[in-house]
Write a protein that binds this ligand. Sequence first.
Ligand code: NAI
Length: 468
Amino acid sequence: MSPDKVYDIFVVGGGPAGYAAAIYAAKKGLKVGLAEKDKPGGTCLNRGCIPTKTYCASAELMMKMRESGEFGIKQSDINPQIDFSELFRRKESIVNKQVEGIRQLIKGNRIDYYEGDAFIESPEKVLISPKSSDEKIFVDFRYLLICTGSEPSGIRGVEVDHKYILDSTDILSLQELPRSLLIIGGGVIGVEFAMIMSVFGVKVYLVEILKRLIATEDMMASRIVQNRLKSLGAEVYTDVGIENLSLSGEGVNALLSNKKNIVVDRVLIAAGRRPVTNMSDSLKRELVNEKGFIVVDDYLKTKIDNIYAAGDVIGGMMLAHKAHYDGEIAVDNILGKNHKADYSAVPAVVYTHPEVASAGISEEKAKLKGIDVKVGRFFVASNGMAMARNATEGFVKIISEKESGRIIGGTIVSESASEMVTALTLAIKEKMTFDNIHDLIWPHPTISESVGEAMRDIRGMAIHKVGI
Ligand code: NAI
């Protein structure tokens, strides 16, 4: 059987790793094919970041409206209410526009796009089952780039029935708000939904098995998020697991390990994600580790010379922007560039209120690794712009290597932290020290000045802070 098409690169999976890599490769002049079984944009656009952030934006506005008195705006006769069907429609419309945008980019870059399930039979052969016909398409390629992503992983002993016990995809498909929601897992997805749903008026119970929420983030960030959730009416249980979940009538009965019994309309399982692969067993044996991730080297090449992989399917930080980065690194290496992946400065954002954004290594991890650190701190409460915006809760923490003064990590907890973290990412990536950044000019008035002050605080030189 001869192939229907031969490509320089064939990309399997059209999420942030796959579509970005395909466009990047096409811009570099390669002949590219791309297969996606669902819609382009992957989890992030269709079932993750973008729909969730649409809800976050409404929750944030709602919170601001509730604070209007603080801004000198009386609204005695206005009582803001969530119109969830309108909110759902808005979310769908934003997602659809973005999906269409990616389709146009794929087309505009002359990438052959296959809407169908791609099965990787061998290092030389991919078979696509197109959505539109029963006839399978066989494509050939010089290089294969696997970007098949991840899916919600669930927890042992609990069956996601997609009706009462939901995963993150299901909750974004709900067309009506539940009255009550138990969220299992206080990681990124768990806290984001706990905040959104609490603001929307849902009674939220959040259960985390570890001692604190968003345990990969700075300890003080966890505390601020937990306190904010409590102030919104959520019940948060840390160091607690689930002993039993059973369907009862139109809801779910949950027994927690602290013996508390909770009856809720719906349960959301937010306990991590697992990789997705679609390949022959013999290839799996060669490429995949015991956890299901594709094993790659620092250049994102697998054990097989013409196969590369990028994004969630290779593990590490499961973030859309890291996936995008991976995709381009893989293409560079396919083009012979010898481009090593560097994950020392991957920004991560938790879209709570305030937001938690971090990059590089945390203070706790640095200490565990035996790195002697010097920490710069600044509380957003002293910042004029933060006061003007009634957004004074938060802090900036910068971690530097004591001896060299190099900035190696940091955390920003603040309104718009997601927009500020890039300054930190740049400092870490470019191995900057106090001497490189102490006289950087930050626009005034902005909350971002707090980042500059925390950087200067490494040497006790923050102007708006007493003490050395
Ligand atoms: P996660 O790994 O961030 O958190 C899962 C949490 O569930 C952990 O804290 C874990 O200790 C807890 N857990 C596990 N089993 C449990 C049990 N039986 N009972 C109670 N707690 C339990 O995973 P999550 O939140 O599902 O997110 C998946 C991925 O998606 C992450 O890699 C995350 O980075 C990414 N993501 C990123 C977002 C962003 O960039 N803003 C937003 C949402 C997801």
